[in-house]
Design a protein around this ligand. Structure first.
Ligand code: SF4
Ligand code: SF4
Length: 287
């Protein structure tokens, strides 16, 4: 079983479009959406949810007003001003540090597990998919990413799938680290802009630290051919292979509006480039 994680230095580079096309071309992979803060792979693959589970992470303080003597000790130590003058905890402000729990002389504070989001096992026209949604403002996204990746491995083993295709989180933060840790290969999608070049360098540096092989795809190469060349050179400097480039093509937008992968819509310049890249993925990475 191989796990290919597709990431980008930031959102909007075409990472999810490429993942959906790969899912279509692979035809037999388990899909994972690790962008739990702003999941969007479901828009293109229309998952039919088979199983939904709660995700709990961290704790929130709750004060039992029947026991509380209003001594104010908890309010004095709460650095997040989460306890109001009626000794009610604001769950949005509470960071779950637990200090109030420890200082309360009456044991009036309880720390309750926090419901942060949900995760799902679904079926799509390309195969099974594991995905999740963190509730707005909630944390522990790295933990949720690890959970959905583990569930995908369980499904892949059970169903005899040889490939797990992961739409990773964008950026270089905790969810990205959780998306790539232990993966077999990371494919970075870059866009040819100065910020895209900078993002590529940051993300390559991050992934190199985990000693995971990296490859790069440049999307919309013709919007700035000069920076496309600089991205290709930078990828080489980071030990990454450039698997190919995709031209700017209205057929990608048309496919997105139709909520399909571009390779599902017949021949097009972008679709053909993605097919060639997928062939290289198969021969250079998955074989
Ligand atoms: S420390 Fe305990 S008893 Fe004192 S105000 Fe807070 S909850 Fe109430
Ligand atoms: S758990 Fe921490 S943040 Fe939450 S109310 Fe208690 S002291 Fe404040």
């Amino acid at each position: 079983m191989r796990e290919l994680v597709i990431i980008s230095g930031k959102g909007g580079t075409g990472k999810t479009s490429l993942t959906a096309s790969f899912a279509c071309l692979a035809a037999d992979a388990v899909l994972v959406d690790c962008d739990v803060d702003a999941a969007d792979l479901h828009i293109l693959v229309h998952p039919e949810v088979k199983c939904a589970e709660e995700f709990r992470g961290g704790v929130k303080a709750i004060i039992d007003r029947g026991i509380c003597t209003e001594c104010a000790a908890c309010r004095e130590v709460c650095r997040f001003n989460a306890i109001d003058d009626s000794y009610v905890v604001n769950p949005v402000s509470c960071e779950g540090c637990g200090v109030c729990f420890h200082v309360c002389p009456e044991k009036a504070v309880e720390l309750e597990e926090n419901l942060c989001g949900r995760w799902f096992v679904s079926e799509t026209r390309f195969g099974p998919m594991v995905h999740a949604a963190l509730f707005p403002g909630e944390e522990n996204s790295g933990k949720l990413v690890a959970l959905v990746r583990n569930q995908a491995k369980v499904i892949a083993r059970r169903e005899g799938k040889s490939l797990i295709l992961v739409d990773g989180a964008p950026g270089v933060g905790c969810p990205v680290i959780s998306s790539v840790t232990g993966a077999d290969h990371v494919l970075v999608v870059a866009e040819p802009s100065l910020s895209g070049l900078h993002d590529l360098e940051r993300v390559c540096k991050l992934v190199s630290g985990f000693r995971i092989p990296i490859s790069v795809v440049v999307n919309k190469r013709d919007i700035n051919p000069l920076i496309t060349e600089r991205i290709e050179a930078s990828a080489g400097n980071h030990g990454a292979q450039v698997l190919g480039t995709v031209p700017y093509d209205d057929s990608v937008i048309k496919a997105m509006v139709q909520r399909r992968a571009v390779v599902e819509n017949g021949l097009s310049a972008a679709g053909n480039a993605v097919r060639e890249i997928w062939d290289r993925v198969k021969t250079r990475i998955l074989s």
